[in-house]
Ligand binder design. Structure first.
Ligand code: OAD
Length: 253
């Protein structure tokens, strides 16, 4: 791995860019990251608020946790890092793909459309039991879990839940296929992979860098602190995403 002095990625008509983002990209929008000092998990056990077992045990606690996160995300604004990625997408179109682990909706609000929200969205709700299609929902459920009406019509009780992928749950296989296909497409084009604001603790996303490296891609990590998977990257830039990304991606001079 190499720590460049004047980090910039050369992006031209033959470059494809695959980006993975994590909680760190939203830190400058005022949203807490998961791990580290002041992290979101502080004061809450992950098992209690981010697993199906935790939800089955205390759905009210889980809804209070995610209601607070909905409120914070709604009050936050996209920052220069989100905007830089949307600007690069505007230039590269189909040669760009953004995969975010974040559920805060800030990439979409910044204008990103070639976007996979691989851990779900804070702003969708679904049934914990039936196949009710996930629906848009910005409401706060602080006094307990709302019930599923489709299940009620069938004479049984089931709680609605946030449409978020929790620990112990599978990612959408269509999402994984789309990421792999993007990494492998474009013969003759140069693939650049950039991970931003992610501690590299959660799989399989922490291993996407290997997909890019396997097809000869150039791999960059932009992160404030050392990440768990640092050693997998060709180039590391330590710094705040909102300051680094606009320059790194050539959005500002
Ligand atoms: P983490 O909280 O684990 O890591 C955030 C990383 O961002 C840390 O390594 C920080 O150093 C870095 N960071 C903080 N501020 C930054 C800034 N301004 N610019 C650049 N980097 C900064 O968050 P994730 O890696 O996203 O999953 O966590 C992965 C998954 O763990 C989450 O999607 C979530 C959680 O379980 C689910 O909820 C399913």
């Amino acid at each position: 791995m190499d720590v460049p002095d004047d980090p910039r990625i050369a992006i031209d008509g033959g470059t494809r860019v695959l980006v993975v983002t994590g909680a760190g990209i939203s830190a400058e929008s005022g949203l807490a990251t998961f791990r580290g000092a002041g992290g979101l998990w502080e004061g809450q056990r992950v098992e209690d608020v981010a697993t199906p077992e935790g939800f089955a045990t205390d759905p009210g606690l889980v809804w209070r946790f995610y209601s607070a996160r909905r409120a914070a995300a709604l009050a936050a604004q996209p920052n220069p890092a989100h905007l830089a990625l949307a600007a690069v997408e505007g230039r590269l179109e189909d040669r760009f793909l953004l995969v975010t682990q974040n559920v805060d909706g800030l990439h979409r609000r910044a204008g990103s459309r070639r976007l996979i929200e691989i851990h779900g969205s804070l702003f969708r709700t679904r049934c914990s039991r039936c196949d009710l299609p996930p629906f848009a929902d910005e409401s706060l459920h602080e006094s307990g879990a709302p019930g599923c009406e489709r299940c009620a019509a069938r004479g049984r009780r089931a709680d609605l839940r946030p449409d978020i992928v929790w620990f112990g749950e599978l990612l959408d296989s269509d999402h994984l296929r789309r990421v792999e296909a993007f990494a492998e497409e474009g013969p003759g084009e140069r693939l650049v992979f950039v991970a931003v604001g992610t501690s590299g603790n959660v799989w399989p996303v922490a291993g996407f860098v290997d997909l890019a490296a396997a097809v000869g891609g150039e791999t960059w990590l932009v992160n404030l602190e050392p990440a768990h998977n640092d050693w997998r990257f060709d180039r590391i830039v330590r710094g705040a995403a909102g300051e680094v990304l606009p320059v790194l991606l050539g959005v500002v001079g």
